[in-house]
Structure formats: C-alpha cells, structure tokens
Design a binder for this molecule. Structure first.
Ligand code: ZN
Length: 156
C-alpha cells in the first residue's frame, strides 16, 4: 500500500542540498536572545515578541512555531527546581502555610518570567537549525507544514 501526502511522493524533510546547521550553536544563541543564524541581531524585540527578521543579517525569524513549548518546559524546569526545595523546607522547618505562599509564589513567578525568554529562544534556534516549519525554504506556502495529514487546515 502506498500512501501519498498532499500529492507528494518525496517525503524527505531536509533535502541534502541544504547546508547542515549546528543545532547546539543555534539553541545556545537563541537562549542568549540572539539570532540563530548570525548571532549578532536580537531575537526578541520585546520580552517574548520575536523580531520578524533579524536586523543584522535579514534572516526571517517569524517562521518559528514555539507555541506552547516554552511554557511547558518552563513549568517543567522551574517546578523540578522549586518543588524539592519547598518540600525540604516543609520537612525541615514545618513553617506556617503563609510562609510557603510568601516564599514560593514570588520565587515561582520571577523564575518563570526569567526562564521563558531563554527557553523560547533555544526552541526557536532548534526549529531554525532543523529547517522546521517556515524555516524550510522548500516548505509549501509561507508557514504551512510540508505535509498534509488531513488535519483540516484547508481554511487557514
Ligand atoms: Zn541574524
């Protein structure tokens, strides 16, 4: 049985003609808030607002699809750091509940706000380095996925 997706027979997502990009370097630059292509232009114009294009090299950055991944990883990382500390404090000192609220709520909010930009930047660097989404010059349309799996995106 042969399955074709949107009439495509070549399902190679990254043709060999494209230069290989250093994923670790792109993620590191993105985590620093820098363009994953040149490392000089800024990735974010505002807090989490991605610049449409790099002002230094002109690379189109608006193709990213970070979506819910940065909050997911932020919750995962911040939660795994703060929760054990909060439990250790509870076991060691058995403080009143208001002490937990005063200690952990601001710490959770501040660390999450600090962690979001580098995590989002790293994910954008990952997408850029792997030619994901619109970063692929051979993608169908601007930011359309390369393959149609029948998900009902026709109205987009
Ligand atoms: Zn750049």
């Amino acid at each position: 049985m042969t399955v074709t997706y949107a009439g495509l027979t070549d399902l190679t997502p990254v043709p060999a003609s494209k230069p290989k990009r250093d994923v670790a370097r792109a993620m590191l630059l993105g985590a620093k808030g820098l363009c994953p292509n040149c490392g000089e232009g800024r990735l974010f114009g505002k807090y989490l607002k991605v610049e449409p294009t790099c002002k230094a090299c002109g690379e189109e950055l608006h193709h990213h699809r970070a979506d819910d991944a940065p909050p997911y990883f932020t919750i995962f990382i911040v939660g795994h750091i703060i929760l054990p500390i909060a439990l250790a404090v509870e076991v060691a000192f058995v403080p009143d509940m208001w002490v937990h609220f005063v200690l952990w709520l601001p710490l959770i909010v501040i660390s999450s706000l600090l962690a979001l930009p580098p995590i989002k930047g790293a994910l954008i660097g990952l997408q850029w380095a792997n030619y994901m989404h619109g970063f692929d010059p051979n993608a169908i349309g601007d930011d359309q996925p390369m393959y149609d799996f029948g998900g009902g995106n026709e109205g987009r």
